[in-house]
Write a protein that binds this ligand. Structure first.
Ligand code: NAD
Length: 321
């Protein structure tokens, strides 16, 4: 069995490799070659923690396994990341445990890769302004991956906690882009691509804020009850997702579905666009919205790439198990 510890991931996994792995597995999901198993997520009644599993199997790549972890709110006080996860890969032919891989950085990279895939396939080619809603841990990974997809000329940002906006400003500056903190209505009106990555429980961005032609990647809503954008906006947009089952139950679509503004049949998996089975954006005025809920197969895809890279570079730890 191979172990790839968290401390090795940064030296092994690139944004490009994460993008390729996620794009491939989204494509495999849309043609039913890869599928996710139902998500388990439980409040364990200890340390105020939420703990769960995301798992699946990709018959194309033979990636089989799970990501296990969750959210421990007291970790920051101990100098640890609140979100903790590890990926376990199994041999699809024998069921033997093949690898254990640190999942913290991989989660950020695979989540950023998902919105980046949506931008590549759905945003207008002439997109110039990137709007960021959210300035937490994930936000900078999102920004770095997004700017690789279009020739963005500036970044607008908004955050519920304004004191955190310097994180976005520093990241934009590292990327050589001007940054401006703006009110939500200006962000909605002027941004060509908007990424939302917050833990909000109610709509931040309203339908009236968003102008025709925008592409939105809603990445924060991954649990029942969370919400980042007004449900009416999904009614006006063409809605895409990583996986329909998650989108309607734990994703941004849950609210528009329960209010009867969209139907399950009207939501398209982004893999269908990647595979050429759906045209994606069909006009410059269309609003496209990607509901990125985060699927276990993304974790398995990036973890499998890391294992291959670790073996190639001689940093994989091999143990008898
Ligand atoms: P974080 O704790 O570092 O940051 C939280 C962000 O949410 C900050 O911008 C904060 O200001 C904002 N926020 C907090 N309370 C808010 C409120 N009431 N209204 C509006 N904004 C509020 O978290 P993070 O690691 O950056 O993750 C952000 C979100 O993304 C979380 O909800 C997390 O569960 C989700 N996430 C999704 C995926 C996926 O695959 N879709 C993957 C990882 C994380």
């Amino acid at each position: 069995m191979i172990i790839v510890p968290e401390c090795e991931i940064a030296g092994l996994m690139s944004r490009e490799a994460a993008f390729d792995a996620v794009e491939k597995v989204f494509a495999a999901m849309a043609c039913q070659k890869a599928y996710n198993f139902p998500v388990i997520r439980e409040a364990i009644g200890h340390a105020d923690a939420l703990y769960g599993f995301k798992s699946g199997f990709d018959r194309d790549s033979l990636a089989l396994g799970l990501k296990s972890g969750g959210y421990w709110p007291g970790n920051a006080a101990q100098g640890l990341t609140n979100h903790q996860s590890s990926v376990f890969l199994f041999d699809a032919d024998t069921g033997q445990c093949r690898a254990v891989v640190g999942g913290n950085l991989l989660t950020a990279l695979r989540t950023a890769a998902a919105s980046s895939v949506s931008i590549r396939h759905l945003a207008r080619q002439d997109a110039k302004v990137l709007g960021m809603i959210g300035a937490g841990h994930q936000s900078v990974f999102q920004m770095r991956a997004a700017v690789e997809q279009r020739a963005f000329e500036k970044v607008f940002g908004w955050n519920y906690h304004p004191e955190m906006l310097s994180r976005l400003e520093d990241c934009a500056s590292e990327l050589g882009l001007p940054f401006e903190s703006v009110p939500l209505d200006q962000l909605g009106q002027e941004a060509d691509v908007i990424i939302s990555i917050t833990s909000s429980q109610s709509a931040i961005l309203l339908d009236e804020h968003v102008t025709p032609g925008t592409h939105m990647a809603c990445m924060g809503t991954d649990t029942k009850g969370k919400q980042e954008v007004e449900a009416q906006l999904l009614g006006r947009a063409t809605v895409f997702t990583d996986e329909v089952a998650q989108s309607i139950s734990i994703g941004e679509s849950q609210h528009a579905i329960s209010e009867g503004l969209i139907t399950k049949a009207g939501i398209t998996e982004i893999g269908a666009v990647i595979n050429g089975d759906h045209p994606g954006r069909t006009s410059e005025d269309e609003i496209t919205l990607f509901d990125g809920t985060g699927v276990g197969l993304q974790d398995l895809a990036v973890a499998s790439s890391v294992v291959d890279l670790a073996v190639q570079k001689g940093v994989a730890i091999e143990v008898d198990f």
